[in-house]
Design a protein around this ligand. Structure first.
Ligand SMILES: *[C@@H]1O[C@H](CO)[C@@H](O)[C@H](O)[C@H]1NC(C)=O
Length: 90
């Protein structure tokens, strides 16, 4: 019984959850962008995903940590479990 339950959990994908966060500071290390939100929450995401989102918004910057230099930025995130799978700069 437990075995079947385990298989079921493995086969079931985590639902996609959309959220909007206001990011006040970004710290990049090892390809992970740690984003400090207005709420005090920290959200980690792929630095590459975040850079792409900024570029699509016309913000080409070598250092994405500078994205919040002139003020907080709003990001629309899609997460699957604890992993951020999509980032859009609002
Ligand atoms: C975010 O990443 C940092 C460094 O990789 C880690 O120390 C921290 O626990 C992570 N925070 C969350 C909320 O996952």
């Amino acid at each position: 019984m437990c075995f079947y339950l385990f298989l079921f959990i493995l086969k079931t994908d985590a639902p996609l959850v959309q959220s909007i966060v206001t990011v006040e500071a970004i710290c990049v290390s090892d390809g992970v962008a740690e984003c400090l939100c207005e709420t005090g929450e920290i959200v980690n995401m792929s630095a590459e995903l975040l850079q792409q989102a900024l570029e699509e918004d016309g913000l080409v910057m070598p250092d994405i940590e500078m994205a919040t230099a002139t003020g907080p930025i709003d990001l629309q995130l899609v997460s699957k479990g604890s992993e951020v799978v999509s980032v859009i700069k609002l």
